[in-house]
Design a protein around this ligand. Structure first.
Ligand code: SAH
Length: 220
């Protein structure tokens, strides 16, 4: 029987080979190689950390599938100097990846317990350029706006105007947009004439809830 560490190391190598078929950005793959996904999971799910699937993290939420995390991160085409907002911290895993690729990551989470837990893990692992906040009344985190880029890791009914306004002019947002069950991954670039949209392919996310998004009352 391999130890858990041996098992994780082998399954991580296999996952990276699988992701490399669809993701060409070396920096994104390197960040995935560097970040210990198991640390963002409950103890009993750690053996599955490098399977290419979403996993439950409690409070009805999930850590996204590694492939979709990689595709969304690649879509941002980060150059290293960006100030970035993540909406939907969840486990904190994607924020950890982003911290390797951007100058500053601000991440906001609707479930206070998840925000607190993610903040602890990120600090423990030494990701010093990430700050996690429990979401307030307004979608996103206007206090520290504007951002060069925004990534939304939950599904919205439309591209939220509140978030477009937190981008610099020319800044971009990657966000799943569509129905409760199925969405299209969309890149929206802020321009004076309104957002310029590109479709990046179908995807499936848990809903973005609250002001500017789905009503929590009809969530389930
Ligand atoms: N990026 C996460 C996965 C997020 S799952 C990771 O790497 O683990 C989506 C998260 O979005 C859930 O934790 C959910 O609670 C959160 N969420 C939903 N609506 C939100 C809102 N309006 N503002 C902030 N977070 C929200």
């Amino acid at each position: 029987m391999p130890t858990l560490i041996e098992h994780l190391s082998r399954s991580k190598t296999a996952l990276l080979a699988e992701l490399a078929q669809d993701v060409s950005d070396r920096q994104v793959l390197e960040a995935i190689a560097n970040v210990p996904r198991e640390r963002f999971l409950p103890q009993e799910l750690r053996p599955y950390a490098y399977e290419n699937r979403p996993l439950r993290i409690g409070h009805g939420q999930t850590i996204s599938q590694p492939l979709i995390v990689a595709i969304m991160t690649q879509a941002l085409a980060l150059r290293g100097g960006e100030k970035l907002l993540e909406v939907g911290t969840g486990s904190g895993y994607q924020a950890a990846l982003l911290s390797q690729l951007a100058a500053e990551v601000v991440s906001v989470e609707r479930v206070p317990e998840l925000a607190e837990q993610a903040g602890h893990v990120l600090a423990e692992l030494g990701y010093a350029n990430v700050s996690v906040h429990a979401a307030g009344e307004t979608l996103g985190w206007p206090d520290e706006a504007p951002y060069d880029a925004i990534i939304v890791t939950a599904a919205a009914p439309r591209v939220p105007q509140e978030l477009m306004e937190q981008l610099v002019m020319g800044g971009q947002m990657v966000i799943p947009v569509g129905s409760r069950d199925l969405q299209e991954l969309v890149r929206a670039v802020r321009s004076p004439e309104g957002p310029a949209l590109t479709n990046l392919g179908p995807c499936r996310f848990v809903p973005l809830l609250g002001p500017g998004a789905w009503s929590p009352a009809t969530a389930h």
